[in-house]
Design a binder for this molecule. Structure first.
Ligand SMILES: NS(=O)(=O)c1ccc(C(=O)NCc2ccc(F)cc2F)cc1
Length: 256
């Protein structure tokens, strides 16, 4: 059987998850000239208040790394959000070694080598399991990674990937870590209503895609490949775990 759903390719997901051809699927290509500046987004700025001891562990999920967060006091609100959302995990998607594809969202057709997702759930629900399939259940902040100088803030995390090579491997995070260090300095973003980008592809995500990428080094991008996964020809380096852009279906993308 498949250890990860990328094995058969995202174009086959609709066979098991018909919503793959739905009306609010993610990711999308963000056509910047079609994005509409919405003053309401700046009038009520996105508030990100993470604590610096919220990160508990890093796990190899078999399709990405996942930093599991204890949501205590780690919340976002404002901007496009009508209530408070709590951080539950963050992970990433990336491409082949040295390549420039790998992000899920694209900007005027431009791809980045990787994209980080900070996943939050709406506090109006009792837990993430209840929120995950509701139209306003999740809010995911997407941050593009570009190749450049080393990201000191990402280093404590990227150094852990070698410790979790196989699916279900897990290492505790024993140090204080504030995930807000992964956000770009300029907090401008695009926002639109979309979905999970992996099965079950629930149409439950308010996407907040930061306009500015953050720079990470080639070595930090390479460290993502310390994570291994099952491929049809046996165990291999985890890469190309990204879904390509999906039809916009007439949705509006708003911009700060
Ligand atoms: N890449 S992304 O940011 O869009 C994304 C975010 C979260 C999830 C997720 O929670 N999956 C596990 C999961 C766990 C339980 C459940 F009921 C549904 C479910 F999707 C998947 C994709």
């Amino acid at each position: 059987g498949e250890w990860n759903y990328y094995g058969r390719g995202p174009n086959k997901w609709h066979e098991q998850f018909p919503i793959a051809k739905g009306q609010r699927q993610s990711p999308i290509d963000i056509v910047t000239s079609n994005a509409k500046v919405d003053k309401a987004l700046s009038d009520n700025p996105l508030k990100v208040s993470y604590s610096n001891n919220c990160c508990q562990s890093v796990t190899n999920t078999g399709a990405s790394f996942q930093v599991v967060v204890d949501g205590a006091g780690t919340e976002i609100s404002g901007g496009p959000l009508d209530s408070t959302y709590k951080l539950v995990q963050f992970h990433a998607h990336w491409g082949p070694l040295g390549g420039d594809e790998g992000s899920e969202h694209t900007v005027d057709g431009v791809t980045y080598p990787a994209e980080l997702h900070l996943v939050h759930w709406n506090q109006k629900y009792k837990d993430v399991g209840e929120a995950v399939d509701k139209p306003d259940g999740l809010a995911v902040i997407g941050v593009f990674f570009s190749r450049g100088k080393e990201h000191a803030g990402f280093k404590p995390i990227s150094d852990l990937f070698a410790k979790v090579p196989r699916k279900a491997d897990k290492v505790d995070i024993s140090f204080n870590y504030d995930p807000a260090c992964l956000l770009p300095a300029r907090r401008d973003y695009w926002t639109y209503l979309g979905s999970l980008t992996t099965p079950p592809l629930f149409e439950s995500v308010t996407w907040i895609v930061m306009k500015d990428p953050v720079e990470v080094s080639a070595e930090q991008l390479a460290a993502l490949r310390n994570l291994l996964w099952e491929t049809p020809s046996g165990e291999g380096q985890m890469c190309n775990n990204y879904r390509p852009p999906q039809p916009l279906q007439g949705r509006l993308v708003r911009s700060t």
